[in-house]
Design a protein. Structure first.
Length: 123
C-alpha cells in the first residue's frame, strides 16, 4: 500500500461568482488578510500559503452548487464563535444553525454570499 499524506485533505477550493466580494466576506468573517494570485489558469484568492502548516485553500471563479447540495468546508476562527457569527451576518452571509457542541469544541453552520455551506469552529 502506498504511503498517504498526513492529512487526507490537502487543499480546498470554494467556487464564487464574485471574487472581490467573496474575498471581502471571508476576510471580515475570519478576521484575516487573503492574497489574490493571478498566475495559473484563472485568478484565485488564497486563504494562506501552501508553505503554511495545516490545510488551506482558495476562492476561485465558478458556479457554486445549489444551496444544500454541495460540500461543507469547515474553517477555524481565532476568537469567540458568537463574534464570528455576528460578522457572518454583517458581511452578508447567513448563520443557519445555533452553535453545536462537540468533544473538540463548538461549531456553527453558515452560508457565504453564494450559498456555499461553511462550518465555523471557535471557542
Amino acid at each position: 500500500m502506498a504511503d498517504t499524506a498526513p492529512n487526507i485533505c490537502v487543499w480546498f477550493e470554494i467556487p464564487c461568482t464574485d471574487l472581490d466580494a467573496s474575498k471581502a466576506f471571508y476576510e471580515v468573517v475570519l478576521d484575516i488578510q487573503m492574497t489574490r494570485i493571478d498566475e495559473g489558469p484563472f485568478p484565485i484568492i488564497a486563504f494562506s500559503s501552501m508553505d503554511d502548516p495545516g490545510v488551506s485553500g482558495h476562492l476561485r471563479p465558478g458556479q457554486p452548487a445549489a444551496r444544500g447540495t454541495g460540500n461543507t468546508i469547515h474553517l477555524g476562527v481565532s476568537d469567540k464563535l458568537e463574534d464570528a457569527m455576528a460578522r457572518v451576518t454583517e458581511a452578508g452571509g447567513k448563520v443557519v444553525s445555533d452553535p453545536i457542541p462537540i468533544p473538540n469544541g463548538r461549531f456553527v453552520y453558515c452560508e457565504d454570499l453564494d450559498g456555499n455551506a461553511v462550518g465555523l469552529f471557535g471557542a
